[in-house]
Design a protein around this ligand. Structure first.
Ligand SMILES: [Zn+2]
Length: 81
C-alpha cells in the first residue's frame, strides 16, 4: 500500500496495486485501496480513484482524464474544460 493522488481529481488515494483489485471493486474498496492504474489505448497510464473511474467513459482518452474533477468526497465528474 502506498499513498498517492488521483491523476484525475487530485484526491489522496491508497494503492495496493495489481489488476486483482478490479475484481474486488465495490466490495472491499476500503481495504484493498481506493484507486487503480488505468492503462489507456495510447499507452499512457493514469492513477485514478474509483469515483473518477465511474465518471469517465468506458474507453477513456488522456483528455477525459484531464477533465476529471472532484465533486465531493465520494464522487467525480467530467468538467467542460
Ligand atoms: Zn479521482
Amino acid at each position: 500500500m502506498s499513498k498517492d493522488s488521483c491523476d484525475g481529481c487530485g484526491r489522496t488515494v491508497t494503492v495496493s496495486g495489481g489488476i486483482a483489485n478490479l475484481w474486488s471493486f465495490g466490495r472491499d474498496a476500503g481495504t484493498v485501496g481506493t484507486a487503480i492504474t488505468l492503462e489507456l489505448e495510447d499507452g499512457t497510464s493514469h492513477l485514478l480513484c474509483y469515483p473518477c473511474l465511474e465518471a469517465i467513459p468506458d474507453y477513456p482518452t488522456a483528455e477525459d482524464v484531464e477533465r476529471l474533477e472532484q465533486v465531493d468526497g465520494e464522487s467525480s465528474t467530467l468538467g467542460t474544460r
